[in-house]
Design a protein around this ligand. Structure first.
Ligand code: SR1
Ligand code: MG
Length: 418
């Protein structure tokens, strides 16, 4: 009987080894298509990976000009170490996802320069003038149009990889080619199971022990999270990015780029919207605690409505190109309402897991301890409300009322107290 739990290929095939800063110049020179991008010696190499999983090198022949970025998967989780093995196939799956994204939503992607099947290295555009959106938001920067660009990106990929925009057989073939069980497993565990259980991966301030114990004993929250997990496991609707938080987005110079689609797989379309929306709430809580200027706070409040309007506008714009003409306009509106409901629920799960689970966010982590506890309590309350009551939230205005009211209740007037 075939073991369906793991990829049958060896974890580390012959020829694979992790790159070091010292190895990179020779590696580039051994690959003419990369060498041509940075022709002059010496090469300047920096390892800049600040995510949880991979090595990322920037390679330039002139430190002041863009060169090429090399991203290599490790056979383990980078921030945890070799005690948490993870398939290096994630790099291949990321490269495959980029290829799909580029076809349907190229403006929102880095240029791909290739994938090395032996060393599991993705070579891509050096986005020298852009920075990670989360860091930009932490610093109070406004990047007009980023949320809308992501809404359009999500709609294009969703339309063109779902049964609305693809022939059913082609869609099933793409689903088979993009199967990503190990990375989906991380989401099923870290986002949709562990945060409401006692688990060694979880961490939070001791001051929150009571809050977390109450959440773990909350039957409504447990039922809602389990229902969302089942939805994630079974609702293979379109190719989703799978990890579209503000750390997976780069912004600058009027450009918005979605990166790191190594979690891409068929799943519920609302998952990506919900991930983005939850991360906008972290940024809002931080901005309130730090008493950021009103125009910046308004910019943060606009992330959800702007992404949602861009998403739905683009889906409706593409609708006349649907392949199955039995899909009616009424069905389209039901579909959109279902995606919104999914997004609100998954936003609740993402909000909670980034506060009390394994992978935390700088928006909250870099606050002073008292502010961090207040902000965590505030966003936990938002997350719990979204989790248990997402189906009752009728529209984006109702979402905004819930978030604004909950954050204000916990955070208004707190700045300066920490
Ligand atoms: C073990 S990986 C932890 C988290 O980092 C990634 O960015 C995903 O969000 C994942 O859940
Ligand atoms: Mg990532």
């Amino acid at each position: 009987m075939t073991d369906l739990r793991t990829d049958p290929r060896p974890a580390v095939p012959p020829g694979y080894r992790p790159l070091t800063i010292e190895d990179v110049p020779a590696y580039v020179r051994e690959h003419p298509h990369l060498s041509a991008l940075v022709p002059a010696d010496p090469l300047h190499v920096a390892e800049v990976g600040d995510g949880n999983l991979n090595l990322v090198f920037i390679v330039r022949d002139d430190p002041a000009r863009p060169g090429v970025v090399l991203k290599q998967s490790l056979p383990w989780v980078r921030v945890f170490g070799e005690g948490w093995p993870l398939t290096i196939e994630r790099a291949r799956r990321e490269a495959n996802a980029y290829a799909v994204h580029t076809r349907f939503a190229g403006a929102t992607n880095p240029v791909l320069h290739g994938f090395d099947e032996t060393r599991y290295v993705i070579a891509m555009e050096d986005l020298a003038d852009l920075r990670i959106w989360r860091g930009a938001l932490d610093d109070g920067e406004i990047h007009v149009g980023a949320a809308a660009a992501l809404g359009t990106f999500m709609a294009r990929v969703a339309f063109h990889t779902s049964d609305v925009g693809m022939e059913p057989a082609a869609r099933k073939a793409l689903m088979a080619r993009t199967i990503n069980p190990e990375m989906c497993g991380i989401t099923e565990d870290l986002v949709l199971t562990e945060p409401l259980r006692i688990h060694e991966h979880n961490r939070f301030d001791a001051a929150l022990d009571g809050d977390v114990a109450a959440l773990r004993a909350d039957e409504a929250a447990l039922d809602a999270l389990a229902t969302l997990k089942h939805r994630f496991l079974t609702h293979t609707e379109a190719l989703i990015h799978g990890d579209l938080h503000t750390g997976s987005v780069m912004v600058g110079g009027g450009r918005t780029v979605a990166i790191d689609p190594e979690f891409a797989a068929y799943g519920p379309i609302g998952f990506d919207l919900g991930t983005l929306w939850a991360n906008s709430v972290f940024a809002r809580a931080r901005a309130m605690v730090l008493d950021r200027p009103a125009d910046f706070q308004a910019h943060l409040r606009a992330i959800v409505p702007e992404s949602w309007v861009a998403f739905t506008d683009e889906l409706r714009r593409l609708w006349p190109d649907r392949l199955d003409r039995s899909f009616t306009d009424g069905m389209r509106e039901t579909w959109i309402a279902t995606i919104r409901d999914d997004a609100l629920g998954f936003a609740g799960a993402e909000a909670i897991r980034r506060l009390i689970g394994f992978a935390h966010v700088s928006d909250i982590e870099t606050l002073s301890a008292p502010d961090r506890v207040r902000a965590t309590r505030a966003v936990l309350a938002v997350g719990r409300a979204l989790l248990v009551a997402h189906a009752a939230i009728e529209d984006i205005d109702a979402f905004e009322a819930l978030v604004a009211g909950t954050l204000a209740h916990h955070l208004e007037g707190v700045h300066g107290r920490g």
